[in-house]
Design a protein around this ligand. Structure first.
Ligand SMILES: C[S@@+](CC[C@H](N)C(=O)[O-])C[C@H]1O[C@@H](n2cnc3c(N)ncnc32)[C@H](O)[C@@H]1O
Length: 321
């Protein structure tokens, strides 16, 4: 909405009045580059808190700066793009004119020293916390965010096969980050639960009924394939690994998570598995025999609350030819 000439003139006077002070100009120069608290600003400007607070209040009232509360501290910042177009022009002129002021140069040096000391604080914290950081990280933030970040690293154009997808926990998690997920399972009940979980919001998830020994996916259609807790169920793992290789593009990666060998026969029976886990040496041979290279198999650290046998993570890439 256009302002009346009188209102526009008032506004201009207001802007000019707020800029007509050396301390406020110095404040704006600092806050345009960094978000800072009153104590830090006093330190850089070498002025008493009452003076700095008074100028900050005026700048905030006239919308030159915005502030937010963090704990007991107020942090101030000037965002050039948020200024009224006229105010921005005036400020750009004022900034240019103040560039060579000795006080401005001094402020810049003191600000650099202040920022360096903040960095020192962080370094001092980590120097003392290195031994406890892993525990502290879990306590403060949990663990799930690490997985979430790792999944977000998946290339956006990937087609991923989730073999033995079950109720689709993995398909649902990775679908937002890749081009397509093809889930395959031979259980109608598990697929129904997967469809329910994935619902309408995953148009890029394709759930197919089929056996892992004859996967209903074209040759070399996938950029990645995963068997998560599925290989201990199949009667002939070698055949499934050959299928996994067939559907992968050359040099693309297969991932397997499953059980390490264990002697809990009751567990195997209760879970309906065909075997008591995989010995890494045997699995390595199976993967190599199916045409995989760069095979890596490592135990996963057991989660404290997990009651099942320990797991391994295997990765391998489809060899050429
Ligand atoms: C323990 S669940 C794991 C599901 C899912 N990957 C997960 O991590 O939660 C194993 C899945 O493999 C499927 N499965 C077992 N043998 C299969 C086979 N021969 N062909 C296709 N799916 C099979 C089961 O129906 C089941 O959904």
């Amino acid at each position: 909405m256009n302002k009346s000439p009188a209102a526009a003139a008032d506004m201009l006077m207001g802007w000019m009045e707020s800029l007509a002070d050396a301390t406020r100009l110095r404040l704006l120069r600092l806050l345009e580059r960094h978000e800072l608290g009153v104590v830090e600003l006093c330190d850089v400007l070498q002025l008493p808190q009452s003076t700095v607070s008074r100028h900050l209040k005026l700048l905030a009232d006239r919308r030159w700066v915005r502030h937010r509360r963090v704990g007991t501290n107020h942090l101030y910042r000037t965002i050039l793009d948020e200024l009224d177009a006229g105010a921005r022009k005036l400020w750009l002129l004022a900034r240019e004119q103040t560039e060579s002021w000795p006080a401005v140069k001094q402020d810049r040096l003191r600000l650099e020293r202040l920022l360096a000391s903040k960095q020192d604080d962080a370094q001092a914290f980590f120097a003392g916390a290195a031994g406890q950081w892993d525990r502290l990280r879990d306590e403060l933030y949990g663990r799930a965010f690490g997985d979430a970040a790792a999944i977000a690293l998946l290339p956006a154009d990937y087609v991923v096969a989730d073999l033995g997808c079950g109720t689709g926990p993995l398909a649902a998690r990775i679908a937002p980050f890749v081009a397509r997920v093809i889930g395959v399972d031979n259980s109608a009940a598990m697929l129904k639960a997967a469809r329910k979980r994935i619902g309408d919001h995953a148009e890029n998830v394709d759930l197919r009924k089929g056996d892992l020994a004859a996967v209903p996916i074209d040759d070399a259609a996938c950029d990645a394939a995963i068997l998560m807790l599925a290989l201990t169920y199949v009667p002939e793992p070698a055949a499934v690994l050959r299928e996994m290789r067939r559907i992968l593009k050359i040099h693309r990666r297969a991932v397997i998570v499953d059980l390490l060998p264990h002697d809990r026969e009751d567990f195997r029976r209760e879970m309906g598995q065909t075997r008591n886990g995989f010995d890494p040496t045997e699995l390595r041979q199976l993967l190599a025999g199916a045409g995989f290279a760069r095979i890596d198999i490592a135990p996963l650290p057991p989660e404290p609350a997990a009651k099942g046998p320990a797991l391994f993570l295997a990765t391998a890439t489809r060899a050429a030819g």
